[in-house]
Design a binder for this molecule. Sequence first.
Ligand code: DC
Length: 337
Amino acid sequence: MTVIRGATTLATDCKEEIALSVKEMLDEIFQSNQLKKEEVKAFLFSLTTDIHSFHPAKAAREAGYDFAPLFACIEPDIDGGLEKCIRLMLFTELTDERVVKHIYQKGAKILRKDISEIYNIALDGPAGSGKSTVAKILARDYNILYLDTGAMYRACGLKALREGIDPKDDEAVEKMLPYLDVKVEYKEGTQHTILDSEDVSTAIRENAVSMAASSISAHPAVRVKMVELQREIAKGISCVLDGRDIGSTVLPDAKFKFFITADSRVRATRRYNELKARGETVDFEKLHEEIVARDKQDSERAFSPLVCAKDAIVIDTSNMDIETVVATVKSAIQAKI
Ligand code: DC
């Protein structure tokens, strides 16, 4: 079940304006989301107490939206709430992996810009800073797409390991490039990373792949290829991307940019627990050394290194739990829209 939201406001409480406003809201929801009749399960409207002239369910029926149950109820009167406002929750069963667009019109535009406008969130930072956990939560809460760009470089690193190529050997990587086939697919809202038609989403998480990914990602031609793919995926939709160069290079115009960091020992502890939970045994000190080496390599490479974009908000998560990090990011987003 996917809920699409809509809201609009009236200048006057009259039948004609209610009929037109409801039609305009529904038309835009259906067009923007390319909704088919059979995907819609129910329409639930709510009205503020200052609307009396016409029933929005009747307006919807008269506008041709009569193929699913329609219902309307009254909202409580809240001080400071919008006046003459009609809201909608549209219950749907979508048949594909569409990222839905919520529609807020007229005076209701100020209500939820965070979920109704197209915008990008860039989350950059070193390994283990917590950015991917934050990105997944933001994507779920805002109903936008999440792209883990590190997974793509991991797939490149895995390819080199499988071919017996040293990921630091520029010449060998160059030769491999025409045969490097990395794709991203989404199944039930989850990213799957595909290498040469094989789903490698689990294989790329092995610790051995981390350093190979960091080394191969320093190669300019590899980056050009991956960045092109990332921009293609992010084009024209709201999304959150995490990586090392999102705010600086991939999406320099992203509306919201964050640099998520943490002390290296805290990050190593997080990775250690993650690997342990997956049944991989690693030595903590060795893992910490690897993380520090990866930070150095990612930050010092000549082409598109890990940097904090000039206009990014820095969040040090060393002493924060994930709920606090998400709340910090969300309030920064809210303050800017
Ligand atoms: O985020 P991660 O640990 O899964 O990323 C693996 C490696 O890929 C990381 O060491 C650096 C590289 N990377 C990159 O260079 N640029 C990105 N946008 C994402 C990851």
